[in-house]
Design a protein. Sequence first.
Length: 374
Amino acid sequence: MRIAIAHENIVSRDAIGNDILGMHDVLADCGFEVQLIGQRVDAPTARRARTATLDEARQRRDFDMLIYHHSILWESGESLLRSIEVPRLLKYHNVTPPEFFADYSDHGVSLCRAGRAQTARLVALCDGGCLADSTYNARELTDTGAETVDIVPPFSSAGSMLRLARPQPVPPFRILFVGRLAPNKGHFDLITVIAAYVATFGPAIRLTIVGGISAHLSAYKAALDQLIDKMELRDHVELRDQVDDRTLHRLFMEASAFLCMSEHEGFCVPIIEAQAAGVPVIAVGSTAVAETIGPDQMVVERPQNRDDYLYVARLLHAVCTDDKLRRQVIAAGHRNVLNRFTPQAIAGRFMAALAPLFEQMPIPEQPPIPEQPQ
């Protein structure tokens, strides 16, 4: 059987790209012929998998099933779905609500509004059913008309980061957040927590924020820089663009704690990467985050005032200095990854979700065996 997986952009250092490549590898290991369809496919992905442009996919139509990943408006992808007659399966990663972009980007508002409106159309087109990263995403799909949704967490690089032993951190403590530079990610709250920490416990702390930024969000980047300068935190907060896998792995290994103040997540892969790396996580329990982070973790409400920011700063200090607390949080994070998010566990859920489709598909007729001459 030939299976295609489609998304507008398939890049190897991206959470959705890693999920697509994980699906590709599992299906290929099971003996399926797999191809990836995208408008932009980066070189590492193209070296690892067979790829096709949209035009090539329309012309060849050499696949028996299509798995379509949805995270933003992709009109050409919807057109492809409408043009084919093979079973179509939707994987939903969520689309950021447009109101987050209102103060920074008209383009972001229109793109996300149209992307969320597209979700219902994609649900109707995907007759093979729907997959969602989380229960939170699944609820959004059922609200748009999906009858059945299987929850299949995204494949990620967390398995390669599993590390059971870490030294007790020493000042200056290194705090990490990974996620694109977008207004839903809670960067203002991250910076304000660091300001509260410096004012209370002293200057021995560094926050590194890693994530690419779109050109249409330059006003958001400028607002973050302005806040950093206003709070006199240039020596304490670093904004970094996307980094390669080796650098990202090193940043996780060096981190004293992972701090996530995001207001909207469909899953939040960096949380389980941090847990796998043995980094204690403190996170606002918004949207899908509380589900992803698992039990016995440090989950907080979004700060609303000075006391709230100070509370998060105190948690940061505690998890960096209290060895018993730190070991408890790290152990719970490891259990969360090992019990729910290993590649084997995700592969099992993924293939179980596809099994009914395989059973419904007709078995290709085999050509007749020619008679042997007497």
